[in-house]
Design a protein around this ligand. Structure first.
Ligand code: GAR
Length: 214
């Protein structure tokens, strides 16, 4: 059973879905820590009232980014984390931190990468007039939102969508996509060992290819 730490900054709905997913038979992972860089994050309350160990690590209390990341790294080692999931964690991590956790650091982004990286991806999808958007779970590399792709789920972009309605539809897809993707990584079915792509080893897991009918 692999140990997983989840990093959040706010609402934490993806963290919640990852925690609930850990209870699934054959999930292959256990959530050992929830860490928030914002002490007042709603997600921290949910974690502690639902039996998951939550820790606030306020980045503003550290003199430098390096000092914050050193403490974060130490906390992850104390928690015996094998993998780290970013779930709405809104701090850019340094190349040093990313390299230390290479292949063991995952993120979810609300677009079909490589389209619409960065901030406000749902609005960017609307502005581009695409008919399909979705979410992507990927390994984190030094370049923002550009690491090897693990899983994607597509959702339609409807003609009367606004940023909120599209975000809600994508968020539902995120909740269905992140934990099976994490589970596949924890079970060694997919990994990032070399190059710029994640490799499947073992049977194809159809949950990594989601096309939802909403
Ligand atoms: C989610 O939509 C997640 O994909 C996004 O922030 C939201 C967090 O919601 N993350 C990013 O945009 C990272 N680039 P949550 O706190 O309810 O999980």
């Amino acid at each position: 059973m692999k140990q997983v730490a989840i990093l959040i900054s706010g609402r934490g709905s993806n963290m919640e879905a990852l925690c609930q997913g850990s209870h699934a038979p054959k999930a292959g992972y256990n959530v050992c820590r929830v860490i928030s860089n914002r002490p007042k994050a709603e997600g921290l309350n949910w974690a502690s009232t639902n039996g998951f160990e939550g820790v606030a690590l306020d980045h503003k209390q550290f003199p430098t980014k390096a000092a914050f990341e050193a403490k974060l790294h130490a906390e992850l080692i104390t928690a015996k984390a094998d993998y780290v999931c970013l779930a709405g964690f809104m701090r850019l991590l340094s190349a040093e931190f990313v390299q230390a956790w290479r292949g063991r650091l995952l993120n979810i982004h609300p677009s079909l990468l490589p389209s619409f990286a960065g901030l406000t991806p749902q609005q960017k999808a609307l502005d581009a007039g695409v008919r399909i958007s979705g979410c992507t779970v990927h390994f984190v590399s030094e370049i923002m939102d550009a690491g090897p792709i693990i899983a994607q789920t597509a959702v339609p972009v409807l003609s009367d969508d606004n940023e909120d309605t599209l975000s809600d539809r994508i968020l539902k897809a995120e909740h269905l996509t992140y934990w099976p993707a994490l589970s596949a990584v924890c079970k060694g079915q997919i990994s990032w060992t070399e190059g710029d792509r994640a490799r499947l080893s073992g049977p194809l897991d159809t949950k990594l290819y989601g096309c939802l009918d909403f």
